[in-house]
Design a protein around this ligand. Structure first.
Ligand code: PMP
Length: 429
């Protein structure tokens, strides 16, 4: 069956290619394969499963809609399910946006919400340019690709994202981040830069696919000042960082920054497809019908999402993700001290990255040894052999990423790290 499916599917598929598992059951952190083997799933549907697989409150919320006889798909009309979702979502929004927010339901994926956000700020400002950042990931549709790292759309200025490790300015820390901020300021004030008056700036508070790189709070505040001073709407893409993952409900809360637009997906649907844009009402320059899309009315996703948001809020899971994440980072840093092939350990909350390097080789910049994607792939494979599913990412695909559910227990966290440490030791041999 695995082979038949592999032959039928596009070569573009990513996650599944390296995982010879046929999942048939799942609960919490655990996935069970058709062969009866169990795996600890630290991919969590690429960060979608805030409460893990098949959490009882999510299943209950879905069942309630199914049993009620309510329509499963309702486009644009008000429903009790949609009202409950929106009320719960608005209750979590950062103060300063919550009082005055509008919501646009978008077609089911994160990338659809990114498209909507770009279109929204372009309509509201009448301008076209967009400021985005190196290494960013915003999705796979055309507009989202334009603002992701590596794209070349002429309307998009791609400015340096602050990086402690492999800092483009060679210093890292607060000073490196300040230099990155000044670079952005200069580009915006230079009429020859191509984006002196952009329609918006889009950023991830923690780059996920780009290699789990948390932006310093100071840099985010500088981006807020810089955009506010020039009346440029600031778009926070919290598709991956949202719903408690980084230790606060939304990652921008660490810095106190209130964006003008937030792009939300993944965990807000409680494991079903859902994507929205929330934004300040003054940006609402859309005419009726200006934005549409058939699959914006999934009632099951809204019900599962509302249950997830409420559960995270009522059980303080954001703060729990923060403390547990700090402890896990501490243990991984200890591992790094004993393994020179770990170049860097970083993250925020339960969004954790371990960058693997070739410590023997000379890096191009003398700052750090070169990334080792082959070793990362071996570690991923060794993890799988030990019943642990991890994902790779980063600019060179050499970052092992851990995105466990926020319901992770201390014992499960220890088991994940034990297996990872074993896998690393085996891969190094
Ligand atoms: N933005 C960010 C920050 C993401 O991490 C992702 C997906 N990894 C997306 C947008 C795109 O979401 P989707 O894959 O649902 O289109």
């Amino acid at each position: 069956m695995l082979r038949r499916q592999a032959q039928r599917e596009s070569a573009a598929r990513t996650y599944a290619r390296s995982l010879p598992i046929v999942p048939v059951r799942a609960r919490g952190l655990t996935i069970e394969g058709a062969d009866g083997r169990r795996y600890l799933d630290c991919l969590s549907g690429a960060g979608t499963l805030a409460l893990g697989h098949n959490h009882p409150v999510v299943l209950e919320a879905i069942r309630k809609v199914l049993d009620s006889g309510a329509p499963l798909h309702v486009l644009d009309l008000a429903t009790p399910v949609k009202d409950a979702f929106t009320t719960e979502l608005f209750a979590t929004l950062p103060a300063g946006l919550a009082d005055d927010a509008r919501i646009q339901f978008c077609g089911p994926a994160g990338t659809d919400a990114v498209e909507a956000a770009l279109k929204l700020v372009r309509t509201a400002t009448g301008r076209t340019g967009v400021v985005a950042f190196s290494g960013a990931y915003h999705g796979m549709t055309a507009g989202a690709l334009d603002v992701s790292g590596g794209a070349t759309d002429v309307r998009v200025a791609r400015l340096p994202y602050p990086q402690d490790y492999r800092c483009p300015f060679g210093i890292g820390g607060e000073r490196g981040a300040e230099l990155a901020a000044r670079w952005t300021e200069t580009a915006l004030d230079d009429p020859k830069s191509g984006v002196p008056a952009p329609a918006g700036m889009i950023l991830e508070p923690v780059q996920g696919e780009g290699g789990v790189i948390p932006a310093p709070d100071g840099w985010l505040r500088r981006m807020r000042e810089i955009t506010a001073a020039r009346s440029i709407p600031l778009i926070a893409d919290e598709v991956q960082t949202g719903v408690g993952r980084t230790g606060t409900f939304w990652a921008v809360e660490h810095s106190g920054v209130v964006p003008d637009v937030m792009v939300l997906s993944k965990a807000i649907g409680g494991s079903l497809p859902l994507a929205v844009v929330v934004y300040r009402s003054e940006l609402d320059a859309w005419e009726p019908g200006a934005h549409a899309g058939t699959f914006r009315g999934n009632q099951l996703a809204m019900a599962a999402g509302a249950a997830t948001l409420a559960y995270v809020r009522e059980n303080g899971l954001a703060a729990r993700a923060g403390t547990l994440g700090t402890r896990m980072l501490g243990r991984l840093q200890g591992l790094a001290a004993a393994h020179p092939c770990i170049g860097d350990v970083r993250g925020r909350g339960l969004m954790i990255g371990v960058e693997l390097v070739d410590p023997e080789a000379q890096g191009p910049d003398d700052l750090a040894p070169p990334p080792d994607p082959a070793l990362a792939t071996t570690v991923q494979r060794q993890c799988l052999d030990r019943g642990l599913i991890v994902e790779l990412g980063g600019r060179h695909n050499a970052v092992v990423r851990l995105l466990p559910p926020l319901t992770l227990t201390d014992e499960q966290a220890a088991a994940v790290l034990d297996r990872f440490a074993d896998a690393l030791a085996a891969a190094e041999r």
